[in-house]
Design a binder for this molecule. Sequence first.
Ligand SMILES: [Zn+2]
Length: 176
Amino acid sequence: MKDRPHSGTPFAEAATIARPTDDDHFMREALAEGRLAADHGDVPIGAAIVRDGAVIARAGNRREVDADPTAHAEVIAIREAAHALGRWRLSDCALYVTVEPCAMCAGAAVLARVALVVFSAPDEKAGAVRSVAELLDASWMNHNPRWRFYPQLRDEVQRLLAEFFATQRKGRTEAD
Ligand SMILES: [Zn+2]
């Protein structure tokens, strides 16, 4: 997988956003949000927005509980961060999300001018960062967030998802 140096829109200093050494800490914050999502029957994916070394917004997937097809963790966290900062431009922020963003969420990261996207588990079916599309690197986008993969928590993220889907199947079987 490529991790290309970016040449384009100038970014805030990487050190003020999120350093690679902080990935474990911030991805665990996102993972905690994912765990909470499972409590209301939502696929356990979580996200956190980081600025100046601190989490300023966090969210889990709420598609089921809100009956909203756009209520992905990333979109909710981006909205909350913009609200907290009082501006839509998140060019000094990093988005941590447990699973590779889909096309909508990668698009939202571009629209919000997010500086950096970090994820732990690829989504081979719908991931739009590297798996089925490379939206963050698309030359036709007016902004290209940097991104990096943090695979050290991949097993934990995937175990949470697997447990969730196993429980869902079990529930369905018992209801039959
Ligand atoms: Zn999404």
